[in-house]
Ligand binder design. Structure first.
Ligand SMILES: [Zn+2]
Length: 232
């Protein structure tokens, strides 16, 4: 049993862990985005912008096919849905590129909204407007499906329109934004890291996307600073 809250600790309770879809993404850049699950599909998607927002400027989801691979690896679409969307994308590559562009724009709008919330800043109306507009479009691809005792919105199993790929992302974002879970939204304590997560620790103590990377980097830096000031 782990008591320290690290990415690995949270991994244990997350559906991506050990899934064959996750294994398939290994070795690809966007597999980076699954190193540290944020606790909601839309947060994992936001975290997939870590490369593009970072010093290297590398977009981990570099086109429509990557977007579908990512959604399948995150188990947001089934294998059958992914195959249908891939076929539709191959048949209309320009339209597919436009949907990918919309997905990235939506991701960054959502990031700005959530980042402002996590940092206690003002949320820009423009970010919310993008989410509202995408929600209005995604609704037509949503169906109610039974999940235990309740129902949840999920992607119409027969949807093959390219923009249907947006539905799981938009649904996750809107459901997080309208839920009490938003109170638990946090951002990694390392200033250059933009990863967001839901802090599920009892005492709201999660500070890092993952201890193994950002947590340790800061610990080492503080240790050096201390040693330096002691040596003066
Ligand atoms: Zn981090």
């Amino acid at each position: 049993m782990r008591h320290n809250v690290t990415c690995q600790g949270l991994f244990e309770g997350y559906s991506v862990t050990g899934s064959t879809a996750y294994q398939r993404t290994k070795g690809k850049l966007y597999a980076e985005t699954f190193r540290c699950p944020g606790g909601a599909l839309c947060l994992d998607f936001c975290n997939s912008g870590g490369g593009a927002r970072g010093a290297s400027g590398t977009e981990w989801i570099a086109g429509f096919p990557d977007l579908i691979d990512w959604l399948e690896a995150a188990e947001a679409v089934t294998g059958g849905q992914a195959a249908r969307l891939r076929r539709a994308g191959a048949a209309s590559p320009r339209a597919a590129t436009r949907v990918w562009g919309r997905a990235i724009k939506f991701r960054e709008a959502l990031f700005r909204v959530l980042n402002a919330k996590a940092q206690g800043g003002a949320v820009a109306r423009e970010g919310l407007s993008n989410i509202e507009a995408e929600h209005a479009r995604a609704v037509s691809f949503a169906r109610l499906s039974r999940t235990g005792e309740a129902y949840a919105w999920s992607l119409d199993p027969s949807a093959s329109a390219l923009e249907a790929a947006m539905q799981p992302l938009v649904e996750s974002a809107v459901s997080l934004l309208t839920s009490a879970k938003l109170e638990r939204l946090g951002r990694c304590g390392r200033s250059t890291c933009t990863w967001l997560f839901i802090d599920e620790t009892r005492n709201h103590s999660r500070r890092w996307c993952e201890m193994a990377s950002c947590g340790n980097v800061l610990k080492v830096r503080r240790h050096r600073e201390k040693a330096r000031s002691a040596g003066r």
